[in-house]
Design a protein around this ligand. Sequence first.
Ligand SMILES: Cc1ncc(COP(=O)(O)O)c(C=O)c1O
Ligand SMILES: N[C@@H](CCOP(=O)(O)O)C(=O)O
Length: 401
Amino acid sequence: MDRDASLTCYNCGWKGSLEEFRYTCPRCGEPLTIVYEGGRLAESSRKELRGRGVWRYSAFLPFPEDVEPITLDEGWTPLHVSKLAGGLRLKNEGLNPTASFKDRGMTVAITDAHRRGASKVICASTGNTAASVAAYAARAGMRSYVLVPSGAVAKGKLAQAVAHGAKIVKVKGGFDEALREVLELLSSDRSFYLLNSVNPYRIEGQKTLAFEVWEQLDRSVPDVIVLPVGNAGNISAIWKGFKELRDAGLTDSTPRMIGVQAEGAAPLARAFEEGLSELRPVESPQTYATAIKIGSPVSWRRALMAARESHGAIISVGDDSILEAQRDLARVDGVFVEPASAASLAGYRRALAEGLIDNGEKVVAVLTGHGLKDPDAVMRFGVDEMEVEPGKLRRELSAYQ
Ligand SMILES: Cc1ncc(COP(=O)(O)O)c(C=O)c1O
Ligand SMILES: N[C@@H](CCOP(=O)(O)O)C(=O)O
């Protein structure tokens, strides 16, 4: 274990060691965070960055130097310049090994699982975590169990979990119920290693997006990061990454974090707008962006902290504007993303219209998952197609134009 890293509760201040590992605070129940002590971040910043992707930043991860990562070469994703708005860049996380940002966290968490001798891993999922868990468990030679909302997982994601040999458990209910089931199981059965973002190692991997963006922008940070929010691990992780860059002395400034939820699944946007310090879960969340169809985000407290501390916001957008953004990204920028990811662009547009972002500011929109994950969703674009009899193509086409 890493001697300069420990577990902390950002809510009540409880502290514990990584040896006696646990996911949530024994005092208040919040997910725990890994913190680095004794000038460790400043020391990390002096180490040479080698290789590409998540493990390039291993000096900022809670492992000894000789750690052997379980990896599929995740991270190092492109930062495209968007044609849709000046100053807008697109961080294309759909180009990770299992086609979503989850792989950044998964390589780190599965490496920890392996070091602790785990043989069975488990998660609740709307689909992407399941796909990633299944792939990394296969790579590590572990058995994987994925709990998914019955009948509500996008086809591409389910196909990935099947392909990698996960045991698929369909829960009669939504993601929130599935996660509740997993956490309840773990409270009495310690034989499973949990791979949801409640696991602090997931957060450590996902924070590397901040380091990568900083490098891709010639060692500077953007004015704003805009990203979709579901279970709220990613906004917490990326904000942690930027704060660590600052604490390590590598940057003076940090971006404003703007989280985006779908209107029908927006407990955090409501809490932010109303200035609440408690979450009122949405009982029956609704949106066609199934990845963020979550009514009771487990990291709600730290997501609100990220938005408030960074002088950002959490806002919501309607499914119509998500659909429009998904189509624009595909047809103008040539980047095919799943609906939840398009919430980034829809949120950017709303934030610009409401003056939360100024024209010309440098904004990075995180595109969290690939469009092929959810082929059915694309049919909402409207399909431009025709059928021809052999030999009649020229005539049919001229009528069509
Ligand atoms: C594609 C996609 N985008 C965004 C999110 C939201 O991320 P988070 O749960 O970390 O808020 C998820 C999953 O939750 C996802 O699968
Ligand atoms: N959209 C997520 C929901 C679970 O998120 P996690 O980051 O807590 O694992 C998914 O893909 O399942």
